[in-house]
Design a protein around this ligand. Structure first.
Ligand SMILES: CSC[C@H]1O[C@H](OP(=O)(O)O)[C@H](O)[C@@H]1O
Ligand SMILES: Nc1ncnc2[nH]cnc12
Length: 287
């Protein structure tokens, strides 16, 4: 049986992972450029882990500047089969107050084409299935882990992914509420798409940090307010990861592992050699 390696992508406020032993910092080269930072590898309670701060240490990268392709490619290169994302989100529902955890199961895309959100192109066309954009098995584990860690947690919910970096206008915020979404953020949809193309399971622990700007009885979102809530809850987020990692094990039985099997439409003989090489790690087994 191959060793299970769990990746964690830390979002706003989570720039390192405590509790790892046998730590190494690894620079990973990718055909898609540089990842957000060095990857940190180590062991957590007997499980091999790979950690990456999404915005880099010191939070240097805008959501639009994050090289999501390099980050996901780097995880794949290090052998990661499951990625746990930790993210700060604005709440779009009264009953998800700051401090609550949501495990989203859907996304709405409000990004603007600035960021690269596919490994394909350059002579190879593939269309990943994305109807269920997160891994159900991993998300179930995250939900159970959040409960075990004592969080108030909401199972499922739609995450609207905006481009940013400015927060939403009030009209946008009200529009998203009318869509019935649960939370808003700027990063996770792009990661989930690339993880699917790389056949990596992806699930999110989303920490509600604010009511964006739609709520009549709460202040409009500010970075200050977000950071204060993250600081109060970062220990809980780490605890959720610990509980989740304890439950992850064995070979995957979900469909994430073979997601791209029937997704490539380009005739093999037409795929340029350079592209074939660049994508070897991602889809080489199908070519
Ligand atoms: C710091 S407020 C806005 C920022 O926080 C969220 O980041 P992440 O998903 O990496 O936790 C949101 O998506 C924005 O990037
Ligand atoms: N209100 C908000 N909008 C977008 N991203 C966020 N991350 C945390 N709160 C947010």
């Amino acid at each position: 049986m191959t060793e299970q390696i769990v990746g964690v992508i830390g979002g706003s406020g989570l720039y390192e992972m405590e509790g790892l032993t046998d730590i190494q910092r690894v620079t990973v080269d990718t055909p898609f450029g540089a990842p957000s930072d060095e990857f940190v590898t180590g062991m957590l309670d007997g499980v091999r882990m790979v950690f990456l701060p999404r915005h880099g240490r010191g939070h240097r990268l805008l959501p639009s500047e994050v090289n999501y392709r390099a980050n996901i490619y780097g995880m794949k290169k290090l052998g990661v089969e499951r990625i746990i994302s930790v993210s700060a989100v604005g709440s779009m529902k009264e009953d998800i107050p700051p401090g609550d955890i949501v495990i989203p199961d859907q996304f709405i895309d409000r990004t603007k084409g600035v960021r690269k959100d596919t490994f394909f192109g350059d002579g190879v066309v593939a269309h990943a299935g994305f109807a269920d954009p997160v891994c159900g098995s991993l998300s179930d584990i995250l939900y159970t882990a959040a409960r075990a860690a004592g969080a108030t947690v909401h199972k499922g919910g739609t995450y609207v992914c905006m481009e940013g970096p400015a927060f939403s206008t009030r009209a946008e915020s009200l529009l998203y509420r009318s869509f019935g979404v649960s939370v808003i953020g700027m990063t996770n949809l792009t990661e989930a798409k690339l993880a699917r193309e790389a056949e990596i399971c992806y699930g999110t622990i989303a920490l509600s940090t604010d009511y964006d700007c739609w709520h009549e009885h709460h202040d409009d979102v500010t970075v200050d307010a977000i950071v204060a809530i993250i600081k109060q809850n970062v220990a809980m987020a780490k605890n959720i990861i610990r509980h989740a990692v304890a439950e992850i094990g064995g070979e995957r039985s979900c469909s994430c592992a073979t997601a791209m099997q029937f997704s490539i439409i380009t005739e093999k003989s037409h795929i340029p050699e350079g592209t074939r090489q660049k994508l070897d790690l991602i889809i080489g087994k199908y070519l």
